[in-house]
Design a protein. Structure first.
Lengths: 271, 156
C-alpha cells in the first residue's frame, strides 16, 4: 500500500487517459473508444428499456416498470410543457433522451473508479475511462447537436429572411449603423450556448471523477497503522463524495435537459 | 497497473452506496410508483363502478317507465269506462226527462183541447140560443136572415 506522491500523480494520469486506437498516437483520429463504447451501450440500454416498456404498456393498471417509465415521461413532458408552448412531438422525446442518457452516463461516475479499468485490463486494455460525460468530446457532441437544432428551428420558425432580419436588427435596433454590433452580439450569444452547455457538464463530471481519484489515492497513501487509518478515511470520503455525487449527476442531467428545452424554445420565439 | 487494495476500498464504498440507495432512495421511488399504481387502479375502479351504476340506473329508469306507462293506460281505461258510464247515465236521464216532458205536454195539450172544446160547445150553444131567439123575435126577412146567418157563421 505504500506509495509516494509520484505514484498518485501517475495513478491519476493513468486514469485520465482515454482508450484510443494504437495506430493513432494523439491527433484528430485518436478516437476515444471508451467514451463511445460506454455511451453507446447506455444509449442502447435506455432505448431498449423504454421501448420494451412502451411496447407492452397497458391502458389498465400499469406494472411497476411501466409506472416508472410513465413517471419519468410525465416529469420530462411537464418540464417541456412549462417552457415550450408548441408541438412537443420532437422536443419531448429529445428532452427525454437527453435527460436519461446524460443521467446514465453521469451515473457511471458512481462505479468504483478502478472497477472498469481493472476488468478491461484482464483483456489487455490498459486505459479505460468509464464516464463519457467527463470527456469533453462527448459533451460537445451533444451540445453541438443541440446547437444545430437551435439553428434549424430558428430558420424553421422565422424563415431565412426573418432570421437574418432578427440577427441584424435585434437587440439594439434597425439603424444600419447598428447592424454590425447586433450581429456580433447575436453571434456571441449563439456560440455561448453550446459552449456553456458542454463545459458545464464536462466540468462537473471531470471534477467529480478527479475527486474520486484523489480520494482513492488515500487507499494507498500510508503504511502500517496510519495506512489503515487513511484507508478507513478513504472509504468514508469515497462514500460521502459518492452520496453527494448522486445529487450532482441528477442535477447536471436535469440542467442539460432544461437548457436544451429553453434554447430550442427560444429559437421559436420572435424578437 | 495491478489489482490492489485501492479497488477493494472502492468496492466497499460502492457497496455502502448501493446499501444507501436500497434503503433511502429506492423506497421513495417505489412509493411513488406504487402510489401511481394505486391511483390508476382507483381511477379505473371508479370508472367501472360509475359505468355499472349508470347501467343500473338505466335499467331502473326503464322499469319505472314501463310501470308508469301501465298505470297511465289503466287510468285512461278507467276514465273511459267512467265517461261511458256518465254518458249512459246522462242518456237515460235525458230520455226519462224527455218522456216526462212529453207526457206532461200531452196532458197539457189534451186538457187545453178539452177546455177549448168545452168553451166552443158553450159558445155554440149560446150562439144557437141567441140566433134562435133573434129569428123568433124578428119578422122573416131573407136578407135579415142572411145577415143574421152570416153573423152566426162568423161567430162560430
Amino acid at each position: 500500500m505504500a506509495s509516494e506522491s509520484g505514484g498518485l500523480t501517475e495513478y491519476i494520469q493513468h486514469h485520465l487517459t482515454h482508450l484510443t486506437p494504437h495506430a493513432s498516437k494523439g491527433g484528430f483520429w485518436a478516437v476515444h473508444i471508451d467514451s463511445i463504447t460506454v455511451s453507446l451501450v447506455l444509449g442502447v440500454l435506455f432505448s431498449l428499456w423504454f421501448w420494451l416498456q412502451a411496447r407492452k404498456a397497458t391502458a389498465g393498471v400499469p406494472g411497476k416498470g411501466q409506472a416508472f417509465v410513465e413517471i419519468v415521461l410525465e416529469f420530462v413532458d411537464g418540464q417541456v410543457k412549462d417552457v415550450f408552448h408548441g408541438d412537443r412531438r420532437v422536443l419531448g422525446p429529445l428532452a427525454l433522451t437527453v435527460f436519461i442518457w446524460v443521467f446514465l452516463m453521469n451515473a457511471m461516475d458512481l462505479l468504483p473508479v478502478d472497477l472498469l479499468p481493472w476488468i478491461t485490463e484482464k483483456f489487455g486494455i490498459g486505459h479505460f475511462r468509464a464516464v463519457p460525460t467527463a470527456d469533453v468530446n462527448m459533451t460537445f457532441a451533444m451540445s453541438l447537436t443541440v446547437f444545430v437544432l437551435i439553428i434549424f428551428y430558428s430558420f424553421k420558425a422565422k424563415g431565412a429572411a426573418g432570421y437574418m432580419h432578427e440577427l441584424f436588427t435585434a437587440p439594439f435596433g434597425k439603424h444600419p449603423l447598428l447592424w454590425i454590433p447586433n450581429f456580433a452580439l447575436n453571434l456571441v450569444e449563439l456560440a455561448s450556448k453550446p459552449v456553456s452547455l458542454a463545459m458545464r457538464l464536462f466540468g462537473n463530471m471531470y471534477a467529480g471523477e478527479l475527486v474520486f481519484m484523489l480520494i482513492a489515492g488515500l487507499f494507498s497513501a500510508g503504511a502500517g497503522v496510519a495506512g489503515w487509518a487513511l484507508y478507513g478515511a478513504g472509504i468514508i470520503g469515497y462514500t460521502v463524495w459518492g452520496l453527494f455525487h448522486i445529487l450532482i449527476i441528477s442535477i447536471q442531467a436535469f440542467i442539460f435537459m432544461v437548457l436544451t428545452i429553453v434554447y430550442i424554445s427560444m429559437a421559436h420565439d420572435h424578437h | 497497473m495491478d489489482f490492489n487494495a485501492t479497488l477493494i476500498g472502492e468496492m466497499i464504498s460502492f457497496a455502502i452506496l448501493i446499501w444507501f440507495c436500497v434503503h433511502f432512495i429506492w423506497p421513495h421511488l417505489n412509493k411513488a410508483i406504487e402510489d401511481r399504481q394505486i391511483k390508476i387502479a382507483e381511477g379505473l375502479n371508479a370508472a367501472e363502478r360509475a359505468h355499472a351504476e349508470l347501467k343500473d340506473a338505466d335499467q331502473k329508469v326503464a322499469a319505472e317507465i314501463k310501470v308508469a306507462r301501465q298505470q297511465a293506460s289503466e287510468i285512461i281505461d278507467k276514465a273511459q269506462q267512467q265517461a261511458n258510464q256518465i254518458i249512459d247515465k246522462a242518456r237515460g236521464e235525458a230520455i226519462s226527462e224527455i218522456n216526462r216532458l212529453k207526457a206532461s205536454a200531452q196532458d197539457d195539450i189534451a186538457s187545453m183541447a178539452q177546455r177549448a172544446r168545452d168553451q166552443l160547445r158553450e159558445q155554440v150553444g149560446a150562439l144557437a140560443v141567441q140566433g134562435a131567439s133573434k129569428i123568433v123575435q124578428r119578422e122573416v126577412d131573407a136578407s135579415t136572415h142572411k145577415a143574421l146567418l152570416d153573423q152566426l157563421a162568423a161567430e162560430i
